[in-house]
Design a protein around this ligand. Sequence first.
Ligand SMILES: [Zn+2]
Ligand SMILES: [Zn+2]
Length: 217
Amino acid sequence: MILEVRAVPPFMKNGFVLGCETTREGVVIDPGDDVDLLLAAVERHALKVGAILLTHAHLDHVTGVARAKQVLSVPVWLHQADNTLYEGVVQQGMMFGFKVDPQPPVDHFYAADQKLRFGAYEIAVHHTPGHCPGGVALAVNGDPRIHGPTGRQILIAGDTLFAGGIGRTDLPGGDAGTLFRSIRQVLFSFPDETPVYPGHGEPTTIGREKRTNPFLR
Ligand SMILES: [Zn+2]
Ligand SMILES: [Zn+2]
């Protein structure tokens, strides 16, 4: 699998490009101020991007959607519970003292057991509210027909779980109890060796966070 991660100041939010090395199909995840770096990665790998996927609608994760959609002409996906936040992105910017442009409307809301494909890979969308109402984790599996039943599996976790940290719950729509439930019941149901790519900072694994995350012991 092709996996590119980019982050730029001030938010240092991770944006992702995932691609299938065989078919060159791919997806862009959470394009923010890093959008031009993500688009350059798409071009360098000669990917045919099929979708812009959002883990949630905080401004740092969506400020590049308009630019990405303008270049790629593909649908934008979000969990419906975050659409109010998404449509209020200009106001989110004002809250934090940033001038943010409005973004194009979301094209599709994730279904309850939404699966999306790019080439040989499948993405399963898991609702993980708590940091915000419509947060999701994207579990990317190798195609079982190609990679065997265990496949390769990674989690794009948004701002729910970080290496040594957890998502803040003091923003509108955040709830600490809900966040802990999402981490323990959804994320911690993945095997310990599962790599986790958070919305900010370095990758980690489920097992490492189970053992060492000070917020979860
Ligand atoms: Zn966030
Ligand atoms: Zn963030």
